[in-house]
Design a binder for this molecule. Structure first.
Ligand code: HEC
Length: 138
């Protein structure tokens, strides 16, 4: 009888842990803890928008526009890590790639090196893939 009770308690603890894990993961992916912007909104309005703008500006060798887009991509790398949004190591790796590669893009642009900036931009998009593989459509 006592053994059965212990088993029941263990099952209850496990169920709560699984629930907490699921809730934590899902809420962290879709949205942060207190801020309004959902991941989807950040992607559409900020991350993908500035990624497209940067790609276009680099092709046009427009350093001024490319610099603004790269700076906003750098911010987005920080925003994705803020407010309890990060649920995993893959997420962190993707966001940190955005942060780090955008810094290189900015340095290359400052030096007038558009080809170098384009190379760093290509590496930056690897961060999109890292996070999407683990979290998009999940
Ligand atoms: C740290 C994680 C992460 C990084 C980095 C990231 N994304 Fe996303 N992205 C997501 C998640 C999660 C979704 C799915 C959001 C949802 O549907 O709720 C998503 C969705 C999207 C969408 C679909 C938006 C929609 O309206 O359905 C686009 C477009 C997108 N990302 C582009 C990008 C681009 C471009 C980059 C790189 C410059 C990037 N993302 C980097 C996590 C990330």
């Amino acid at each position: 009888m006592k053994r059965l009770r212990n088993l029941g308690a263990a099952a209850a603890v496990l169920a709560i842990a699984v629930l907490a894990l699921q809730y934590g993961t899902v809420s962290a992916q879709k949205k942060g803890k207190t801020r309004s912007a959902t991941t989807k909104q950040l992607m559409g309005g900020l991350v993908a928008a500035q990624c497209g703008a940067l790609s276009k500006a680099l092709k046009a060798k427009d350093i001024k526009k490319a610099t603004i887009a790269a700076a906003l991509l750098n911010e987005s790398g920080h925003i994705l890590m803020a407010d309890g949004r990060c649920p995993s190591g893959d997420w962190a790796k993707g966001a940190k790639t955005l942060q780090g590669c955008s810094v290189v893009v900015l340095a290359k642009l400052k030096a007038g090196d558009v080809a170098g900036a384009s190379g760093a931009f290509k590496a930056l998009t690897g961060g999109c893939a890292t996070c999407h593989k683990a979290h998009k459509g999940k």
